[in-house]
Design a protein around this ligand. Structure first.
Ligand SMILES: Cc1cc2nc3c(=O)[nH]c(=O)nc-3n(C[C@H](O)[C@H](O)[C@H](O)COP(=O)(O)O)c2cc1C
Length: 182
C-alpha cells in the first residue's frame, strides 16, 4: 500500500481547541467554498450553512443547542457551523451533506485547522433559535479551530483526547465476492 495523502493521514477530531486562536473570515470562507464544490446527486447541492464565529450571536445560539456534554468543549472552537439540508425526505440529501462536510474537513486540514462534528444536539430547538425555514433539516454542527492544550479539557475527556485512535482492519471491511481479493 502506498502512503495516504497527509491531508487525510493527519486529520483527526479533537475536542481541545485553542480558545484564544482567531479563525480569520477569509479562512472560514475557504472552508465553505470547499464544501460548495462537493459532488451531489443530480448536482442538487442540498447543503446550507449557518456560520457562528466564537462569541457572536449565531455561535451562541448553536452552542446552547448542543448537548450539555458537548458544550463542555465546543465553546472553545473558532467556528461552529450548523449544516442543514434541503430536500427533507429525499433519500440522498444527508449523504450529499456529508460529502460537503468531508470536503470542508479536508480543506480545514490543509489550512492547519481541525474539525470535530457533532450530532448530539437538539435539532428542533436549534432550528427555532436560528429561525430556519421549515424545509431545512439541521443535521450536524461542525466545530473548527486551532488545536489547543488537551490537558485544559475536563479530566474525563483528557484520556479520550490523548488515547489511540482505532479503525477496523481493511480485511474486515472489504467484502470477498467470489474469488476477488483486495
Ligand atoms: C456525522 C458525525 C457525527 C458525530 N457526532 C459526534 C458527537 O455528537 N459528539 C462527539 O464528540 N463526536 C462526534 N463525532 C466525532 C466522531 O466521534 C469521530 O469522528 C470518531 O470517533 C473518529 O475519530 P477521528 O475523527 O479522530 O478519526 C461525529 C462524527 C461524525 C462524522
Amino acid at each position: 500500500m502506498t502512503d495516504l495523502t497527509p491531508l487525510l493521514a493527519f486529520r483527526w477530531s479533537p475536542r481541545a481547541f485553542d480558545p484564544y486562536a482567531e479563525l480569520p473570515p477569509a479562512e472560514a470562507a475557504t472552508l465553505l467554498e470547499a464544501a460548495r464544490w462537493a459532488p451531489s446527486v443530480g448536482n442538487a447541492q442540498p447543503w446550507r450553512f449557518a456560520v457562528g464565529h466564537r462569541d457572536d450571536d449565531t455561535f451562541k445560539r448553536i452552542l446552547v443547542n448542543l448537548s450539555p456534554n458537548e458544550q463542555r468543549w465546543a465553546g472553545r472552537a473558532g467556528l461552529l457551523v450548523l449544516v442543514a439540508h434541503t430536500r427533507t425526505g429525499h433519500p440522498t440529501a444527508a449523504y450529499d451533506l456529508g460529502q460537503a462536510v468531508a470536503h470542508l474537513t479536508v480543506q480545514a486540514t490543509a489550512l492547519g485547522l481541525h474539525v470535530r462534528q457533532v450530532t448530539d444536539l437538539d435539532r428542533a430547538s436549534l432550528a427555532a433559535d436560528l429561525d430556519l425555514a421549515a424545509d431545512l433539516r439541521p443535521y450536524v454542527v461542525v466545530a473548527v479551530g486551532q488545536l489547543g492544550d488537551p490537558l485544559s479539557l475536563p479530566a474525563d475527556l483528557v484520556a479520550e483526547e490523548t488515547g489511540l485512535r482505532h479503525r477496523q482492519p481493511l480485511d474486515e471491511l472489504v467484502l470477498t465476492c467470489g474469488d476477488t481479493a483486495p
